[in-house]
Design a binder for this molecule. Structure first.
Ligand SMILES: Nc1ncnc2c1ncn2[C@@H]1O[C@H](COP(=O)(O)OP(=O)(O)OP(=O)(O)O)[C@@H](O)[C@H]1O
Length: 300
């Protein structure tokens, strides 16, 4: 059996800027078809981690391998054509048109340009392809920047706060495109502050704080680890005269219970046995709440 290396493989990586550890002993593995969300306050080390993966900066300790090659080596440079990168701040030349910009990036990557028109259309700026980028809105520039990251159907996609400044329609389009690439087998690392929006896309979430990783797991893993209360809400046909222990009244025929994650199944079974039930709703804490909980624990 051949065991292939994961597309993104970091082992105990540390990057310092003078006395500051911007990334502190981080290990990270991302498999093909996996979309990993990278969360953390400003300055937590997210962009530094992405730059290490790209080989733009070198770690003082640990190893970074991308598509099986050690970052920063000539072999890794050759593998770069299979990596799509959308930086946090995109600098596009204002006097080039959208089509010229994309052709420029395709040539840099040594890729043919015949798929470029379809790519501009996929990101919704086909009609502006012949206009100069200097006249584009911020959202249009971001769409063009995304198009350059998608050139050559990358096997690794690194997206640094990609939805900042995008309107809701553009964000939905963006999520659709990321989902397509993930389903096609790309390994995706996406840093963001818009956690709530990305819950549906995240196979795994990593939370960073002061350069270190303080959480890493699926939404289910993080939910169990955060151990935040879960809410169970019932709609009943008749208003109960007396409420079972722990429940509170929300309004006519609506009652609610807050319980620990570990107690959820038992409480749900009890709830199902109540008379006159019309509906049961279960509300888990969102990713934003879990994120805040991990940081609170670390601060404490
Ligand atoms: N070139 C650099 N020189 C010195 N310090 C740097 C450099 N780049 C980053 N840092 C520092 O490293 C730390 C991590 O920065 P980084 O940009 O990785 O954070 P981030 O999590 O991406 O933040 P944000 O959400 O604000 O983009 C910060 O304290 C930052 O000031």
């Amino acid at each position: 059996m051949t065991v292939t290396a994961p597309p993104i493989e970091l082992r105990s990586v540390t990057k310092r800027y003078a006395a500051l550890k911007a990334v502190d002993s981080v290990s990270l593995f991302i498999e093909p078809g996996e979309c990993v969300i990278l969360a953390g306050h400003n300055g937590a080390g997210k962009s530094t981690l992405i730059k290490l993966i790209l080989g733009l900066i070198r770690p003082e300790a640990g190893s970074v391998r991308v598509l099986g090659e050690t970052a920063g080596t000539p072999a890794a440079a050759r593998a770069r054509r299979h990596i799509g990168y959308l930086p946090e701040t995109v600098a596009l030349h204002p006097s080039l048109t959208g089509a010229e910009t994309l052709a420029f990036y395709a040539r840099l990557k040594g890729l043919p340009t015949d798929g470029n028109a379809a790519l501009l259309s996929r990101v919704g700026i086909a009609e502006a392809a012949k206009r100069r980028v200097g006249g584009y809105s911020k959202g249009m520039r971001q769409r063009l920047a995304l198009a350059q990251a998608l050139l050559g159907s990358p096997r690794v996609l690194l997206l640094d706060e990609p939805t900042t400044g995008l309107d809701p329609a553009s964000r939905l389009l963006f999520y659709d495109i990321v989902r397509e690439l993930r389903d096609a087998g790309a390994a995706i690392l996406l840093s963001t502050h818009a956690l709530a929006e990305l819950e549906g896309l995240a196979d795994r979430v990593i939370v960073m704080r002061k350069g270190g990783k303080i959480a890493d797991g699926s939404l289910g893993d993080l939910r169990r680890e955060a151990d935040l209360p879960v809410r169970i809400r019932l709609t009943l046909d008749t208003d109960p005269i007396q409420l079972p222990e722990g429940w509170r009244r929300l309004g006519a025929g609506r009652i609610e219970l807050t319980c620990a994650e570990a107690d959820k199944l038992r409480r749900l079974r009890d709830a199902q046995a109540m008379p006159d039930i019309r509906d049961i709703e279960l509300e888990h804490p969102g990713l934003d709440e879990m994120y805040a909980q991990f940081l609170r624990r670390e601060d404490a």
